[in-house]
Ligand binder design. Structure first.
Ligand code: HEC
Length: 155
């Protein structure tokens, strides 16, 4: 847990100094139905964010179908099959602000600036990921299909 705390501190003190107006977010049930940008994200850019050790830092906690990535986490569900388990609207809320679903989660709220405590000054008015980056991550996660849950791809 000490390594985790250090890594999280690095993440919140990171070089990103983005200042952005947050797009209005409408939550419906356990999901955000509307794209934050109005458009679909780019899965290739999303993958790059997910495996990036500064930007997404997802693999600090998650393991996933990334054979090229060493040192993946074991504190969170496997990202493999996430696109079969969840709709893109459900994935969007889980990335933007998973604390809406589980107030005690250790997963950062990647697109939320209100109600956060212990935020580094550089991040006070900025989300960890901007709207485009959230959409790119969502687009990538929807490609992580579980073959056994996908009747079309069963032999
Ligand atoms: C500090 C640890 C941590 C980080 C960093 C993190 N997560 Fe999570 N994530 C979790 C935990 C723990 C859960 C389980 C849900 C809960 O806590 O309620 C979770 C849940 C999820 C879920 C739902 C999984 C499922 O199938 O139930 C997805 C999808 C997800 N995370 C994606 C991501 C992505 C993408 C990133 C990076 C942008 C990320 N997470 C970063 C800890 C983390």
């Amino acid at each position: 847990m000490r390594a985790l705390a250090a890594a999280m501190a690095m993440m919140t003190l990171g070089p990103q100094t983005l200042r952005a107006e947050l797009a209005p977010v409408a939550i419906a049930g356990d999901a955000i139905p509307q794209s934050l940008t109005g458009e679909a994200g780019d899965p290739a850019r999303g993958r790059a964010i997910v495996v990036d050790r500064q930007k997404g830092l997802c693999l600090l906690c998650h393991v996933g179908p990334f054979p090229d990535q060493r040192f993946q986490g074991d504190m969170a569900p496997d990202l493999a099959g996430a696109g079969s388990r969840w709709s893109s609207a459900q994935l969007r809320l889980r990335i933007a602000d998973g604390s809406r679903l589980n107030p005690a989660t250790i997963m950062p709220s990647y697109y939320r600036i209100e109600g956060l405590t212990r935020v580094a000054p550089a991040f006070k008015d900025a989300p960890i990921l901007n709207a485009q980056q959230v959409e790119d991550v969502v687009a990538f996660l929807t490609t992580l299909r579980d073959p056994s849950a996908d009747p079309m791809s069963n032999p």
